[in-house]
Design a protein around this ligand. Sequence first.
Ligand code: MN9
Length: 289
Amino acid sequence: MDIRGLYPALITPFDAALAVGYGVLRDVVRVTRARGVTGFYVGGSTAETFSLTVEEREKILETVMEEAGGLPVIAHVGVLNPHDLKRLCRHAASVGVAAVSSVPPFYYKHSEAEITAYYLDIAAASGLKVLLYNIPQFTGVALTKKNCAALFASGMVAGIKHTSQNLYDLERLKNTFPDSVMLAGHDEVFCPAQLMGAEGCIGSTLNLIPDRFVAMDRLLAENNPGEAMRIQHTVNDLVEAMMHFSFFAVLKFLMTVQGLPVGGVRPPLLDLTDDEKTRALELFQAFLA
Ligand code: MN9
């Protein structure tokens, strides 16, 4: 399955009791589909995945698969416990995802051999190709053409979700492994990432403003990077403003304001205060104006 394209890194809706809102999740998938996204990334950072149980992660994936209408779904299966990892890999394969994905093993400083073995275990347990998830700001390790060479050589890597502003690393990866799919992971560098070798993106703000990414993508395909960058600047004004708040809390608040009642965030993340909500609403209204 072709995994190039525009993916929301889906949020996880929660109800007032902080249980997963599976019905609202269906709505999020339907609404973003109607607004032009071409696939779904499930259970990643934006999903608050490390605050979910294994059972919830499985049920969330099943729910998205039912609403995805045949669009490619990529499941983040990352977890340190090998038992849960194998279970999530097998489950993802059983429901028909296009690829599995994971951040590299985290918390400890893992060696290159350990990172390689972790990903090969995922490929073996799922029988699927793996989309590496490079997010050095959180994992403390940058995946590069050098330390991922063995993984790409294994033939089990679909590509990389590059959530890094180092676009030189991205360009070197694409240049070295041209048959792999590179997806931008930082929404604020969507346009330049496409010029540096990405063929799409996986991002949190595609839950909220997917149409802006569809528009940028179309303009780039029409060879009009100038106009695409005009949109990028407006997106980045919003992202910069959102970064003054707890990011996923403000993202979910703005989705709620837009008519998708996705609720708040799960602890240990904190929701916006009433004052923050007022300010967030003002800045979003300015963005839409
Ligand atoms: O999944 C997201 N990564 C994180 C991708 O949140 C860690 C991005 O979409 C960012 O939220 C976004 C803002 O920095 O680029």
